[in-house]
Design a protein around this ligand. Structure first.
Ligand SMILES: Cc1cc2nc3c(=O)[nH]c(=O)nc-3n(C[C@H](O)[C@H](O)[C@H](O)COP(=O)(O)OP(=O)(O)OC[C@H]3O[C@@H](n4cnc5c(N)ncnc54)[C@H](O)[C@@H]3O)c2cc1C
Length: 493
């Protein structure tokens, strides 16, 4: 009997993960990717001897990557060398107040104790609680397909639920332990990865602090795209076919089933479709109106994670004072957050992040030069043009040079910017979002856009706009969850 055909749309982490699990389950899998290379938001580009990761730069939750490869009889080390960064990162509060966050929790506790009396003991307690959330959240909650409340009915899960702090905000939770504003910002920063304000993020997500401080910040030598290369290698070895430059434009639907998927140049027969491209794009722009899962109004009311203004810079000399990861918290995050979420507009005095992977990895820049990536979180849906980008470039360079006491601008030999317009053109991103849908309480689990179409029987969704949410580890999990759900459902038919 010939194998059932699965079309996966998009070769981001979620699409690649789903493709691997479907192939392992005995399906004939083809991935259709709009761009000329795999990886989606985690693609890379190379120019003038510099190698830039275009999106993710923080490798957190190494256990999730290990778990992914383990299920195919592989280990992370079969594909790339992972190093733990120490310091994990640097936080710059002002030119003469910079914290190097040590990878050792004991050393971190000692650092915080110097700032706030009693903080060392409190940090240990805070992390013990966060550890429970990580165990329950990452082992149970994130692997639920989020299709029905009954998934959450097991006694063990309910016992754990009490400890999950779903109904308190992360902001309140942190303030229960600490009062120093710098310590608070240190503990609030990781939830920014989830795309919402700490005030709107359930305290469940202090599990991110556990990931940060206990599990550590890692780096795959060669760059973050090494994860993509590894997944492509694995997928190919499982028989997955990946076709680049194939933009999916429409589906032929008959009797509540997609019979084939059309790209600009080809038509592909299929038994199952897994949409790993941005959910909103497939739902509103690829599917014909009668078959859409949600209305335009539904999408307009979603809280999106932010977009970003990015600069990829090649510098013709080494720069002192930068670590691999650098957070610039020299301005008030409260105001920046209002300008991202409550009153969307270009920020007046944004916080920003600088990644300098050439501190760790000599392969990403020519000898004696530096590879720098600057990220400014910005509201989705705002106007994006060259003039605005340049205004922010000048603003941030001025601050960066002052804060680290180094001249950088005259030494730039390569510069590329990237923002809303590029996210929309390259990924069909809704309102130019960078990280998908925010993990607020009313966008958690069954309240996320569903992984299964309500109107098309053989259509499923994966990726950062559905369960479990934004980030590389959640995207890997999302692909696994959807593939296992499909395999389970098909075996029942
Ligand atoms: C700047 C930035 C920094 C980030 N930093 C981090 C970080 O440090 N750590 C972390 O864990 N996460 C980070 N993230 C988040 C993380 O990168 C994403 O959550 C994750 O990569 C999303 O994967 P995905 O598979 O859901 O989507 P995507 O990567 O967007 O994949 C979707 C794919 O679908 C394709 N596609 C779209 N439309 C079509 C179509 N019509 N036909 C065919 N293909 C189509 C797209 O080209 C794309 O390849 C960052 C993201 C960005 C943008």
């Amino acid at each position: 009997m010939s194998k059932k055909k699965v079309i996966v749309i998009g070769s981001g982490f979620a699409g690649l993960s789903a493709a691997c699990f479907m192939a392992q389950g005995g399906y004939d899998v083809t991935v259709l990717e709009k761009n000329s290379s795999s990886g989606g938001r985690a693609r890379k580009f190379e120019t003038e001897g510099f190698l830039f990761d275009m999106g993710p730069s923080w490798y957190w939750m190494p256990d999730v990557f290990e778990h992914f490869f383990e299920q195919f009889g592989k280990k992370v080390t079969d594909y790339y060398e992972l190093v733990r960064l120490d310091p994990s990162y640097q936080v710059v509060y002002s030119a003469d107040d910079k914290w190097n966050i040590p990878s050792s929790v004991d050393e971190l506790a000692a650092l915080l104790e110097k700032i706030e009396q009693g903080a060392a003991k409190k940090l240990k307690h805070f992390l013990e609680e966060a550890s429970v959330k990580y165990q329950v959240g990452m082992k149970d909650l994130v692997f639920k397909p989020g299709r029905s409340l009954t998934e959450f009915m097991s006694l063990d899960f309910f016992k754990g639920l009490v400890k999950l702090d779903l109904f308190t905000s992360h902001a309140k939770h942190v303030r229960k332990y600490f009062s120093n504003p710098k310590i608070i910002s240190l503990l609030e920063f990781p939830v920014l990865f989830l795309g919402a304000k700490p005030q709107d993020t359930p305290a469940l997500y202090s599990l991110m602090n556990y990931a940060d401080m206990q599990l550590g910040t890692w780096y795959p030598m060669g760059g973050m795209h090494k994860i993509v290369d590894a997944m492509v290698q694995l997928a190919t070895s499982l028989g997955v076919k990946i076709e680049n430059n194939q933009t999916v434009t429409s589906f032929d639907v008959e009797h509540g089933k997609v019979n084939n998927v059309k790209t600009e140049s080809k038509t592909y027969d299929c038994d199952v479709v897994i949409a790993g491209a941005d959910y909103h794009h497939i739902d509103q722009e690829v599917i014909d109106a009668p078959y859409r899962n949600y209305s335009a109004n539904y999408w307009d009311k979603r809280t999106l994670a932010p977009s970003s203004l990015l600069f990829y810079l090649g510098i013709n000399r080494k720069i002192d004072g930068l670590k691999h990861h650098n957070l610039f918290f020299d301005e008030d995050f409260g105001q920046h957050a209002i300008e991202i979420y409550d009153e969307p507009q270009w920020p007046s005095k944004p916080l920003f992040y600088v990644c300098c992977p050439s501190v760790t990895d000599p392969t990403v820049a020519p000898k004696g030069k530096e590879n720098i990536f600057i990220l400014i979180p910005v509201a989705t849906g705002v106007e994006d043009n060259e003039q605005i980008r340049e205004k922010y470039f000048d603003m941030v360079m001025l601050r960066l040079e002052r804060l680290i006491g180094q001249s950088i601008k005259p030494h730039i030999i390569y510069k590329r910017s990237y923002a809303h317009k590029n996210f929309m053109e390259d990924y069909n991103s809704f309102k130019g979002n960078a990280y998908g849908l925010a993990n607020t309480l009313n966008q958690t689990a069954i309240l996320k856009p569903s992984i299964k179409s309500k109107k098309i029987n053989n259509l499923y969704f994966t990726g950062q706009l559905t369960v479990p949410g934004p980030g590389v580890p959640p995207s890997l999990i999302s692909g696994e969850v959807v593939a296992k759900e499909i395999i389970k459902n098909l075996s029942l038919n």
